[in-house]
Design a protein around this ligand. Structure first.
Ligand SMILES: [Mn+2]
Length: 397
């Protein structure tokens, strides 16, 4: 009994001595104490403090900060009061940013060997535009102004392209109207490559006919963009499968708005390469805006969206198509209709959306684009003879 009591006390005394004085000699380095260099390296890599897209730097792009130069900007558009289906896309930007945490500056594509966040282009996150949810017309005008402020910055001094280009995180699809209005002022008329389950060229007299205010919504914005003369007559939809509201009228109006259609099931018939070729043939050498409604994916791959339609493409099929569009002159792009509240615990939809953003970034990095210089830069003559204002962009030295 005596021995049993004394031995533990002696052991405790020895342990206390090691902790306070010198540790016992060991052949290996103590675990849990990293080198100062390894900690320092993490700070050089990225700012992980705020949830920016892929931890890229955040910039207040809405002030006149002419010293803040960048080449591609991520811009959030938290707006969902133009939706006819399930609301919730106002949380799309923060959902996509949250899911992008696993991306970082060292994410190199296993397919291409490229990394759009390590290129000639400086990519920044501008945060969200300050949009009201109480008046759609005010919100859309605010978003257009936000786009113009962002694209009003200069590209970085050694960049291959002087006007910053924008990738918008929606927001319901109405937000694309503001992006197209602003893009027209910077770039002139542009073609739209529109990935969606729905045509979104509905005449406001067919969809939202209860008032002029209601007529501007996420199913009519491409009709309105056409009526305003913002988009060229060689635009194209891809992934279409949702029913239309009239037996013939809606598709006739769609063609009048300058669109041809690749349906979701066309992929089974012509394959990925057929879809890609059809898009490239259609837009040719035009300046292009790529709009991705996440409902182009099947609800199995993107359940978190406002108007899900069964029978869509897989995430892999769609990303293959998107990456194969390399060579297009992409001047603007978006990923819209992401409503994270309907996502599953595995974050299927928002993860897909982050990959789409990475692919859009890569398309922009591969082909730098300069705005066309016209003799009369403030006015552009449209195909219909109407004249529209376009901002004069003064390229930096
Ligand atoms: Mn849409």
């Amino acid at each position: 009994m005596f021995v049993v009591r004394l031995l533990p006390l002696a052991a405790l005394r020895n342990a206390a001595a090691w902790a306070c004085d010198s540790p016992p000699a060991r052949s290996q380095k103590p675990l849990g104490i990293p080198s100062a260099e390894s900690v320092e390296a993490l700070f050089e890599k990225a700012n992980a403090g705020f949830a920016t897209f892929a931890s890229i730097p955040s910039v207040n792009c809405f002030t006149d900060g002419s010293e803040d130069r960048f080449d591609i900007a991520i811009l959030g558009a938290p707006f969902d009061t133009g939706t006819t289906g399930r609301p919730g896309a106002r949380f799309g930007p923060r959902g996509i940013r949250a899911a992008s945490w696993r991306l970082n500056l060292d994410a190199w594509s296993v397919y291409t060997g490229r990394n759009p966040l390590r290129s000639w282009a400086k990519v920044v996150d501008c945060g969200d535009a300050p949009l009201t949810w109480l008046d759609n017309t005010v919100a859309l005008a605010t978003l257009e102004e936000a786009h113009l402020r962002v694209s009003g910055h200069s590209g970085t001094p050694d960049a291959k392209s002087s006007v910053p280009r924008i990738i918008t995180l929606g927001g319901d699809h109405t937000t694309t109207l503001s992006a197209l209005r602003a893009a027209f002022k910077r770039w002139g008329e542009i073609s739209v490559v529109h990935f969606d389950a729905h045509i979104d060229t509905w005449n406001p007299k067919v969809l939202g006919k209860i008032s002029d205010y209601a007529g501007v919504n996420h199913g009519t914005f491409l009709h309105i963009a056409h009526e305003e003369g913002l988009i060229a007559n060689n635009s194209i939809h891809a992934g279409i499968r949702a029913p239309v509201a009239r037996p013939k009228g809606d598709m006739e109006n769609d063609r009048r708005c300058g669109f041809t259609v690749i349906t979701a099931r066309d992929l089974d018939r012509i394959g990925v390469s057929g879809v890609v070729q059809a898009i490239k043939d259609r837009v040719g050498d035009s300046l292009v805006y790529i709009s991705v409604d996440i409902d182009v994916l099947d609800p199995a791959y993107a359940p978190a969206t406002g108007t899900a339609e069964p029978g869509g493409w897989t995430t892999r099929e769609f990303l293959t198509i998107l990456d194969a569009l390399a060579g297009l002159k992409v001047v603007g792009a978006d990923v819209v209709e992401v409503a994270p509240a309907y996502d599953n615990p595995g974050e299927t939809t928002v993860l897909a959306a982050t990959e789409v953003v990475q692919s859009l970034l890569d398309l922009m990095v591969q082909v730098p684009v300069e705005p066309p210089v016209t003799a009369e830069p403030s006015l552009v003559t449209l195909g219909c003879g109407q004249k529209k204002e376009r901002l004069l962009y003064e390229a930096h030295a």
